[in-house]
Design a protein around this ligand. Structure first.
Ligand SMILES: [Zn+2]
Length: 178
């Protein structure tokens, strides 16, 4: 089965946007999950620019279970926001720099996420909490990072008994098993 057939079989969802390397306008990043029997999955990540027609795709085969119980991803540059992670249900997301720990029992957005999707989720939660000086500062910090202004380095720690994995990253240096 070729890639085109797999794309037709799978249900895509948008996980974010990135600057088009050709024309610099905003390109959409989609992922498709394709299940291959018996117990494997293939993720196909595509980037598509509506402006100039640039298209690229990456195929990432993944096992359905991972052995890492804890992964720490450091966000020091805007590229780190595009790190793609497999987050199982029943995970704990911690960001010690803003003193937050969230237990995630059910992910409304699926199991394959970019860091900016996780930060956006945390930001939405913070915005629902009663406003305090501290909380306002954390909201401001996350907004800045999501806008690509990473002035302060933060580390996102994801823990789960079911296994966490970094599926794609621009560098091997920005995450570690903990
Ligand atoms: Zn383009």
């Amino acid at each position: 089965m070729n890639t085109e057939d797999q794309l037709n079989n799978a249900k895509p969802f948008v996980i974010g946007t990135e600057k088009c390397p050709v024309c610099n306008s905003i390109a959409t990043i989609n992922i498709y999950t394709y299940e291959t029997p018996p117990n494997e999955k293939i993720i196909i990540m595509t980037m598509k620019c509506e402006n100039c027609g640039f298209k690229t795709s990456t195929i990432i085969p993944i096992a359905t279970s991972f052995s890492n119980k804890c992964i720490a991803i450091e966000i020091a540059t805007p590229q780190d926001l595009n790190t793609l992670i497999y987050v199982p249900e029943d995970s704990i997301i911690e960001i010690s720099e803003i003193n937050i720990k969230i237990e995630v029992s059910q992910l409304k957005f699926g199991n394959i996420l970019t860091i900016d999707a996780i930060l956006l989720y945390v930001l939405e939660l913070l915005e629902q909490i009663a406003s305090s000086e501290n909380n306002m500062q954390n909201i401001k910090l996350l907004n800045e990072i999501l806008n690509g202004n990473v002035n302060k380095k933060i580390t996102i720690i994801i823990k789960s008994e079911y296994g966490v994995e970094v599926l794609k990253s621009h560098s091997n240096e920005n995450y570690r098993v903990c």
